[in-house]
Design a protein. Structure first.
Length: 382
């Protein structure tokens, strides 16, 4: 049996399909929710809080989910997560007021914490030996396939119909993902023994160095995701979803070609250039104002992102086995913290900095992350 065939087994395929449908919902909302909130008259600060609240609520639960995954089946958490995605999508249809919207976003964060933490841990537990990096890379392709298609589709739906149709479509996709996770409900589960569970801490200390790199990279992602659509429309880009689609298409190409490298070569040689690409992409957003350069920036950002997260996650899973649940809870909590704080911090600074200086600040953050990795983390990575 070929290496690819050993990775793409039945459980992997079902988990991949469940993840891509959930990710489609998430990515439909990336460029559209800032526009939805703006059209309802909310301020930039309120938009930043509403966008960032998902990441912050997910952050609070990730370590707990990771800890409980040592005792409870990953599929149970996946089922609850997809149910919450369905419920919150239905609630958005009714145009709730600001306080209720904040609650909806918080529960969407809970759904992310449950589903994504459990799903990637499930994939890791069922990955063939020597193929962990490649398995994780292929698994995360689902998110970026969704990111290629969903943002532009989301903008098209609200332009042709309205936001209620968009949220109804999200509810339908979420329900489909719930049905897919139900197929896995009889998968045998082998809980970790008492000796394997280690210390009763919710964060994995071994995972924290790599998680900090993820945090700074995710702050960039969160800031761009929340405010680039508004900036792009201001500069004459008719469909900001094309930026995210270009980013995701580059990620897909990069991972499809380079994922096997993660198991063949040193990951430290991959991570540094990836972080450098983040800085270059943000430098372009700071320096140029035309839609063509926006797409060039998105492509460079995608090249950097393609192998950065799979490399860091594969390193974390290998160095923390068999405590993979807490390790994934830790690294994904830092991911959520960055995604959540990015919009909040940039929303607070934006009235004083404007969009250009905001991108400059994010580029400086990328440089700091690269320096941190080079001098404090690189020697710990294989």
């Amino acid at each position: 049996m070929s290496g690819f065939a050993t990775i793409v087994h039945k459980k992997f395929v079902i988990t991949f399909l469940a993840q891509i449908t959930v990710s489609f919902v998430y990515c439909l909302l990336v460029p559209t929710l800032p526009l939805y909130f703006s059209r309802r008259g909310y301020s930039e600060m309120e938009i930043g809080v509403l966008i960032g609240s998902l990441g912050l609520s997910s952050l609070m639960l990730r370590p707990f989910v990771g800890r409980f995954l040592q005792k409870t089946s990953e599929v149970r958490f996946m089922m609850v997560g997809t149910f919450l995605f369905t419920l919150t999508s239905i609630l958005l249809i009714w145009e709730p007021p600001l306080g209720f919207l904040l609650g909806v976003r918080v529960f969407q964060g809970v759904a992310c914490a449950f589903f994504y933490t459990a799903a990637v841990t499930f994939v890791a537990h069922h990955s063939p030996e020597g193929r962990l990096g490649q398995s994780i890379s292929y698994y995360y392709l689902g998110f970026h396939i969704a990111l290629v298609l969903a943002p532009s589709l989301g903008i098209s739906i609200i332009n042709a119909l309205d936001f209620r149709w968009l949220f109804a479509f999200c509810a339908l996709l979420s329900f489909l993902s719930l049905l897919l996770t139900l197929v896995l409900r009889k998968t045998p589960f082998d809980p970790a023994s008492e000796g394997q569970r280690g210390e009763d801490a919710f964060l994995s200390r071994q995972a924290i160095p790599a998680a900090i790199v993820v945090f700074f990279a995710s702050m960039t992602y969160g800031g761009i995701g929340a405010f680039f659509p508004l900036f792009a429309i201001e500069k004459g880009m008719s469909n900001p979803g094309h930026f995210f689609s270009t980013f995701a298409a580059t990620v897909i190409v990069g991972r499809s070609i380079g994922s096997r490298m993660l198991d063949l070569y040193s990951r430290r040689a991959v991570i540094g250039p990836c972080l450098g690409a983040y800085v270059a992409a943000l430098g372009l957003l700071f320096s140029f104002e035309n839609p063509t350069m926006f797409l060039v920036s998105a492509a460079i950002w995608g090249l950097g992102h393609a192998l950065l997260f799979p490399a860091l996650i594969a390193h974390t899973l290998e160095t923390t086995a068999p405590l993979r649940g807490p390790a994934m809870g830790t690294i994904l909590a830092f991911d959520d913290l960055g995604i959540g704080l990015g919009p909040v911090v940039m929303g607070l600074l934006l009235p004083w900095t404007g969009f250009h200086k905001m991108f400059l600040l994010l580029a400086l953050l990328g440089i700091f992350n690269l320096v941190y990795f080079r001098f404090l983390v690189r020697k710990k990575i294989l």
